[in-house]
Design a protein around this ligand. Structure first.
Ligand code: NAD
Length: 483
C-alpha cells in the first residue's frame, strides 16, 4: 500500500500548505512506497511557531522528567526494532544487518540523552571575591532544527533530537525526501510519549523546506548532515541570521596499509569499510594506499573478496551488499568510474551494469576496484559515494601520510599496521576528524563527538557527546553576593 506521509506539527499530523507531493521509491524493487509532502516555507513557519510556543513550558519541565521521556522512547523503539530496520531497508536499499546496525546506533543516542541530568550540569566557584560566588548555569536556547541525509535516515536525526530536547529545547526535523518513512514511524512513537505539543516537529520536503529552516529567524541553531556543497551553504546561510550551526559534509576517506599489517584482518575490515552500505557512508573507505610490498598481495586479496560479495535485495538475509539510493545515483557513480578509467586507472573489478535476478530494474552497482590510481585523478579526489574502491601505491609511510593529508576532505582515515610507532604517528599527523587504527570504519559512539575537518565539516562543535551538550545549551554566568 502506498503511504501518504504527513508533517507532524504541534502534536498533529497535517498536510502541506501549498506544497506538492514527492514519490518515495524502493531502490531495489522500484516499488512506490509513499508520497511525501514537499514542505513549504509556510509549513516550516508553522512548525517553528509550534516549537516556539512550547519552549517556555518545556524548558521549565524538570530535567529529570525530560530525561524520563527517553526511557519510554527507547522502550518503544526496541519494541519496533525489526519494523524500523525493514523500513530502512525498503527506503534506502541497505542490507537488513546494516539497517539493524543503524537502528542500534540511533537508539544509543537515546541512551545518551537519558543521562542528561548529569551531563548538562553547570559549575560553581565559591569566594571568587570575598563573600561572592560565581556559577555557570547551562540553559536551553529555544528552537533547534536538523536537516538530514538519505544514507542513515533513522540514525542521523537521533544524533541530535534526543539531546536537544532533553536539554530543554524544542525541535524540528527536516529529513531527506528520498528516505522519509523511518522518521514518520519515529515520530509516531514520539507522539505516543505524550510530550507537550510542539516539543518535537517533523517537516518533510527538499530544498524549499531546507532553505526555510536555514533562514527562519526564530530557529536558534541548525545541525546539518549531507554533502559538502550543501553543508557550506547551510553554514553560510545560518551565520547570516546568527544561528549556531554544525554542518557535517562529505568525505573521501583514505585507508593506509603498511607491510607489517595483518593482511587477512586488514582485508576483512577494508571490505566492510568500502562496500558496507554500498559505499554510501560518510565513513566509507574509498582509497586504499598500499605501502611498499604489501601492494600486490593486498590488491589481489581485495579483488578476490570483493568479486565474491553477494549483491541483492536487502530484505533477503543472504544479501551482503544492497543497492545505491536511486537510478540517478547509479548513473552518477558509473560515470565517475568511467572518468577514472579515462584518466588512466585500471579497472580491476567492474561493477557497472550489475543485474540482480528478480530485481532487474534495481539501482545496483556491484563492488568496483580501480587500480593504479594516482593523486591527480578525480576518483582519488572527489567523493563517489558508491561501492568503488581506488587503490594507490606509496613507497613509504611518509608518502602515504602526505597523500592522505592532500585530500580536501578530512572526515576519517584509517591505518592498518602492527607498529605502535606508525599508529602513533598516524593519529598525530593525519588531519581528519576520525582516525581508525586497525579499524576500517572509525565511527564515534554516542558519548563521543563526531565530525570531520576541512571540507567535511563547517562549524566548531561536533555532533554527539559533550560537544552536543555545548551546542544545545548556553552558559550563563551568575555572580552572587548577599548582604
Ligand atoms: P545532500 O546534501 O544532497 O542532502 C542532505 C539534506 O540537504 C537533505 O535533507 C536534502 O533535502 C537537503 N538538500 C539537498 N540539496 C539542497 C540544497 N541545494 N539546498 C538546501 N537543502 C538541500 O546529501 P545526501 O545525498 O542526502 O547524503 C549524502 C551525503 O551526506 C554524502 O556527501 C555524505 O558523505 C554525507 N554525509 C555526511 C555525514 C557526516 O557525518 N559527515 C554523515 C552522513 C552523510
Amino acid at each position: 500500500m502506498v503511504q501518504q506521509l504527513k508533517h507532524y506539527i504541534g502534536g498533529e499530523w497535517i498536510d502541506s500548505e501549498g506544497g506538492g507531493l514527492l514519490p518515495v521509491v524502493n531502490p531495489a524493487t522500484c516499488e512506490l512506497l509513499a508520497h511525501v509532502p514537499d514542505g513549504t516555507r509556510a509549513d516550516v513557519d508553522r512548525a517553528v511557531k509550534a516549537a516556539n510556543a512550547a519552549f517556555d513550558e518545556w524548558r521549565s519541565t524538570p530535567v529529570l522528567s525530560r530525561a524520563q521521556y527517553m526511557y519510554r522512547f527507547k522502550a518503544l523503539l526496541e519494541d519496533r526494532f525489526e519494523e524500523l530496520t525493514r523500513i530502512v531497508v525498503e527506503e534506502n536499499g541497505k542490507t537488513r544487518d546494516e539497517a539493524r546496525g543503524e537502528v542500534r546506533r540511533g537508539i544509543e543516542s537515546v541512551d545518551y540523552a537519558m543521562h542528561i541530568p548529569s551531563l548538562m550540569r553547570g559549575y560553581t566557584l565559591e569566594d571568587v571575591s570575598s563573600g561572592i560566588d560565581e556559577t555557570a548555569e547551562r540553559q536551553p536556547l529555544g528552537v533547534f532544527a536538523a536537516i538530514t541525509p538519505f544514507n542513515f535516515p533513522f540514525m542521523v536525526p537521533l544524533w541530535f533530537l534526543p539531546t536537544a530536547i532533553t536539554c530543554g529545547n524544542t525541535y524540528v526535523v527536516k529529513p531527506s525526501p528520498q528516505t522519509p518513512i523511518s522518521m514518520q514511524l519515529t515520530y509516531e512513537l514520539l507522539d505516543e510519549l505524550g510530550l507537550p505539543e510542539g516539543v518535537v516537529n517533523l517537516v518533510h520536503g527538499g530544498k524549499e523546506a531546507s532553505m526555510a529552516v536555514m533562514e527562519h529567524p526564530d530557529i536558534v541553531g541548525v545541525s546539518f548532515v549531507g554533502s559538502s556543497p550543501v553543508a557550506k551553504l547551510v553554514y553560510e546561510t545560518c551565520a547570516k541570521s546568527g544561528k549556531r550551526v554544525q554542518a557535517q559534509g562529505g568525505a573521501k576517506n583514505y585507508i593506509v596499509v603498511m607491510p607489517d599489517a595483518d593482511l587477512t584482518a586488514s582485508v576483512v575490515n577494508i571490505m566492510g569499510s568500502a562496500f558496507g552500505c554500498a559505499g554510501q557512508r560518510c565513513l566509507a573507505g574509498s582509497v586504499v594506499v598500499a605501502v611498499g610490498d604489501v601492494y600486490e598481495p593486498l590488491r589481489d586479496e581485495l579483488i578476490k573478496r570483493a568479486s565474491s560479495l553477494r549483491v541483492g535485495y536487502g530484505l533477503d538475509e543472504t544479501t551482503q551488499m544492497g543497492t545505491v539510493i536511486s537510478g540517478q545515483a547509479r548513473e552518477r557513480i558509473e560515470k565517475m568510474i568511467a572518468q577514472g578509467v579515462q584518466e588512466g586507472a585500471q579497472i580491476a573489478l567492474d561493477g557497472r551494469s550489475a543485474k540482480v535476478s528478480g530485481f532487474e530494474e534495481g539501482s545496483f552497482v556491484a563492488p568496483t576496484i580501480l587500480d593504479g590510481v594516482t593523486e591527480d585523478m578525480t576518483v582519488a579526489r572527489d567523493e563517489i559515494f558508491g561501492p568503488v574502491l581506488a587503490i594507490m601505491h606509496a613507497p613509504d609511510f611518509d608518502s602515504a601520510v602526505k597523500l592522505v593529508n592532500a585530500s580536501k576532505y578530512g572526515n576519517a582515515a584509517s591505518l592498518f599496521t602492527s607498529s605502535g610507532k606508525y599508529a602513533r604517528d598516524f593519529k598525530y599527523r593525519v588531519n581528519a576528524g576520525n582516525i581508525g587504527i586497525n579499524v576500517g570504519v572509525a565511527a564515534a559512539t554516542a558519548s563521543f563527538p563526531f565530525g570531520g575537518k576541512k571540507d567535511s565539516f563547517f562549524g566548531d562543535l561536533h555532533g554527539q557527546g559533550p560537544d552536543a551538550i555545548e551546542f544545545f545549551t548556553d552558559r550563563k554566568v551568575v555572580i552572587e553576593r548577599w548582604f
